[in-house]
Ligand binder design. Structure first.
Ligand SMILES: [Zn+2]
Length: 202
């Protein structure tokens, strides 16, 4: 699947989810047995741990379709980054989606500065630059800024990811999931060279 077909497929799945018309594709025994021989996920989703944002459900995908990395506030710590690198390098996954969501509790904690434990404090510290960059107390606004910042952070912190982006093998997109409507709002477009350029380059 090329990047446009993947995005089309994910958008169609999200539409089915919104409309209450889930198909639950590729969750059968044959798929499971086929995937036991190897995986080739169409996208990585770096999403929040929030129970209301399960990527496979939100995009109506099946087993083997999404390589999902979740942490509160969709923060790419070293281990999350390693997972993403594995998908990009070993599995040749061509798309990473940084999926923030409205009313994110982790972002809200960073905005309000109320922390309960040292671990939560570290989490809030990681989100704090997004709060400062957003220059607003609106949680949803900060979530969007944060998703874009994480998109920029991945290649900045990983030489391997930066190289994949430079080679045109990888696209990284920020998106915002709306809790109430179920809509995944894409915050950026895929930047690809025109088809003519691709032909000329071959
Ligand atoms: Zn969240």
């Amino acid at each position: 699947m090329d990047i446009h077909a993947i995005l089309r497929d994910l958008k169609q799945g999200n539409r089915r989810f919104m409309e209450g018309a889930l198909r639950h594709p590729r969750q059968d025994e044959a798929t499971r047995m086929r995937l036991a021989r190897g995986q080739s996920p169409k996208a990585v989703v770096l999403g929040c741990a929030d129970s209301r944002v399960p990527p496979e459900v939100v995009f109506d995908q099946g087993v083997g379709d999404l390589f999902v990395v979740r942490s509160a506030g969709n923060i790419p710590d070293t281990y999350a980054l390693a997972g993403i690198e594995y998908a990009v390098l070993a599995l040749q996954t061509p798309l990473v989606i940084v999926l923030g969501h409205t009313q994110c509790g982790a972002v809200q904690a960073a905005v309000q500065g109320n922390v309960l434990t040292p671990a939560l404090e570290a989490l809030v510290d990681a989100i704090q630059p997004s709060v400062e960059a957003a220059e607003t107390d609106s949680v949803d606004e900060v979530v969007m800024v944060h998703a874009r910042r994480v998109v920029a952070e991945l290649p900045a912190r990983s030489e391997a990811i930066a190289q994949a982006v430079a080679d045109g093998r990888l696209h990284i997109l920020p998106a915002l999931y709306h809790l109430g409507t179920g809509v995944v709002e894409w915050l950026d477009e895929v930047q690809v060279s025109a088809p003519d350029d691709e032909v000329a380059a071959k």
